[in-house]
Design a protein around this ligand. Sequence first.
Ligand code: ADE
Ligand code: ZN
Ligand code: ZN
Length: 257
Amino acid sequence: MKKIFILLLFSIQFSFGNSIFWSKTGHRVIGKVAQEELSGKTRRALNKLLDGQGLASISNFADEIKADRRFREFSAWHYVNIPPDKDYSNIEPSEYGDLVVGIQKCISIVKNDSNTKEDRVFYLKMLVHLIGDLHQPMHVGRLEDKGGNDVQVQWFGRGSNLHRVWDANMINDYGMSYTELATSLPELNKLEKKAIQEGSILDWVKESQEIANKLYDSVEVGEKLAYRYSYTWWGTVEGQLQKGGVRLAKVLNEIFK
Ligand code: ADE
Ligand code: ZN
Ligand code: ZN
């Protein structure tokens, strides 16, 4: 009986944990794309802080600490809920904090070199992850369905939800490693990268929110999603991963300039 209980606990934990993050692969792709766009100065500063670890390898830290109660205060930083017809600047901010507040806090702590190395490293790892989450459209979804977590759908005949399709199902089923995925993204020239880096965090949030609005409109509760859904949206997935990486590099280059 005890064994069954423990097994049940594990499976609840597993399926919940699974449903709340842009897949590990997605975050690593964003880290790898960003790594290639760092200035020399930023690269040296990051090497010092991260003891030579690359951005891909630290990109999932913020999800890994989620299960630890000591870090509960950061759990609302992974997303921001905005009604479809509103902008972030005219909603009542969540008392628990959100993605925007989290990113701003991380930037200010990492920037200030009078903070301890330990603090700067912690918030740097959080920042790398949160810029990734910002580019998962369903992390800028609606409060009433927890960013699509309560929009049940089928994914290749198995139960899933709109949030999880975007966090994990599409990317994992694509079947590429993070390095393969990162190197298979379309090459961008300097001007294209610059255009992607334009704008503020709030502009990027708006862009994700607009994609999320389309995603909500294009799915019915209980719908059976499979290849056709992936064909339709894979370009958007790749675009968001690439934008996430190129913009993460911009944020880091500005911090360490
Ligand atoms: N993950 C957990 N809760 C969420 C929410 N309300 N919005 C987006 N992602 C979430
Ligand atoms: Zn998620
Ligand atoms: Zn996250």
